[in-house]
Design a protein around this ligand. Structure first.
Ligand code: BTN
Length: 251
């Protein structure tokens, strides 16, 4: 099912811009934010040629098979950390609504289905000297991306691999934006607790940024607390976490 401005117009009661092909929706959203886009405005693309992921990685959004969108948000400065959580919670809800039961959030904000990544979230804060102008919440979802024969085959999945039925991307975008709006209406505490509940690494032995330890908890600012031994603990603010329970144990 194709995406177009007209199809989305019939579904979305919000300010949005649709593009057939862009380098990165986050870049266009940043430009729009600086030009005065209202809170909640969205940039949506059918294809990204240079999609960006966390930690400087590339994110693939080939035409016709994925969701690639970025939402301009203007939160209060103290709520910036919640944007990541809201993005992951919105996708988690979408994935569950699509019929994927085995879903979880891998810290900080990858949504996984059957232990494989179905979606990634990249938030970028836009500052003018020390004043926050806004945040771009970029979300990519694999709808029918074919990973067979690629390096990502073991770690990535598409929604249709699970549903085994065709999904309407315009409808998925409508549902996702609705879920994001819904989470934005909740308190910081509700958002944090819901995000924490859905994290699938807490209580596990993990490796993160080369450090091994127990993924003990998360903080309201979104950091991961790793217990390294009886005395030691460290807070990780960014990185990739891997399940290490099969490879070592903590005394
Ligand atoms: C990750 O590394 O997991 C984050 C991936 C984020 C990809 C999305 S797709 C829409 C938006 N535009 C980008 O260039 N990146 C984000």
């Amino acid at each position: 099912m194709s995406l177009s401005h007209e199809i989305l117009q019939g579904k979305l009661a919000r300010c949005f811009r649709f593009y057939r092909s862009v380098d990165s929706t986050n870049d266009l959203a940043k430009d729009w934010l600086l030009a005065g886009a209202p809170d909640g405005a969205a940039i949506i693309a059918d294809e990204q040629r240079r999609g960006r992921g966390r930690q400087g990685r590339v994110w693939h959004s080939p035409p016709g098979v994925a969701l690639a969108l970025s939402v301009v948000l203007r939160p209060d400065e103290e709520d910036v950390a919640l944007v990541n959580m809201i993005g992951a919670l919105g996708v988690y809800d979408l994935v569950r609504q699509a019929g994927c039961d085995e879903a979880g959030i891998k810290w900080p904000n990858d949504v996984q289905v059957n232990g494989k990544k179905v979606s990634g979230v990249l938030t970028e804060n836009v500052w003018e000297s020390d004043r926050l102008l806004g945040v771009v919440l970029g979300i990519g979802v694999n709808v029918r991306v074919d990973f067979a024969g690629t390096d990502l085959h073991a770690s990535a999945i598409s929604l249709e691999d699970v549903t085994q039925a065709p999904l309407d991307r315009a409808e998925l975008i409508r549902q996702l934006l609705r879920r994001i709006d819904c989470w934005r209406g909740k308190s910081a505490k509700e958002i944090f607790l819901a995000w924490r509940r859905r994290l699938n690494m807490l209580g596990k032995l993990v490796t993160v940024n080369g450090v091994q330890g127990l993924a003990e908890d998360v903080t309201p600012s979104g950091a991961l607390k790793i217990k390294t031994d009886k005395a030691g603990a460290l807070l990780v603010h960014a990185g990739d976490v891997f399940d290490a329970s099969n490879t070592w144990s903590i005394e």
